[in-house]
Design a protein around this ligand. Sequence first.
Ligand SMILES: [Zn+2]
Length: 263
Amino acid sequence: MNRRSFAQSIGSAAMLSAIPASTALTPNSALSRPGKLMVIAAHPGDGIFTMGAVLAQQIERGGSGVLVSLSLGENGAPKSIPVLEYGRMQRTATANATRLLGAEALFFDYPDAQIPFNQESSLRVCDAIRECQPEIVVTHWSGSWHKDHQNCYLIVRDALFYAVLETLVRSRPAHAVSKIFYAENWEDATNFVPDTYIDIEPVYEKWLQACDFYPMWRGQTGFFRYNDYYSSLSVMRGCLCGFRQAVALMSDTDQRTQRLQSL
Ligand SMILES: [Zn+2]
């Protein structure tokens, strides 16, 4: 079975070598100019482990990328490392990882495990979206047991609404994001149904190097084997869609609607 017939066999799922600027699900998408992709994560590890490969792929194709981390994930510190010091380590790891991938990094200062979903946080993310002007946003899916992840989803949802609202006067003009995707995350698995597969083979090794800046990736701060899980997950997703390694994303409900004159 070749890739085309496999794609047909899995129905409406989209297989993309990367996400183009504004027409990710159209037949001519491969010809489009790669745009800017913004990753918005509750914690730095989420940003690089679950969204970093797509970020790297977008940049590899000639696009650009920015990672926004709402907190430093400092409360994931092991007993042997003070929380503040671990936060600094997380920030340094993220700076190194994004530098390796060629992306910008923006750090918000909300305390880990206490990221608030309110007007202030939504407007702050709105301002970052207006400032950076991404065509694509990748963030957490709502089906999470982690309150920071749930709040990140809600913050981004409102921030995208505020960002496009021309009558909302901020320091930067309104900006509309064309595509929104949710990342596959072991902590956000409830009702996560992927429909878009990205070929990450060209950036797989670089993405693993970026992940390796974090002690938690190697299991040094807790029980979860992040390296085994996410490296294996990308191989498994690749098996399902005919690539060596792939990232599976879930597209926002609104962008699944197709407007066709015929089938
Ligand atoms: Zn997290």
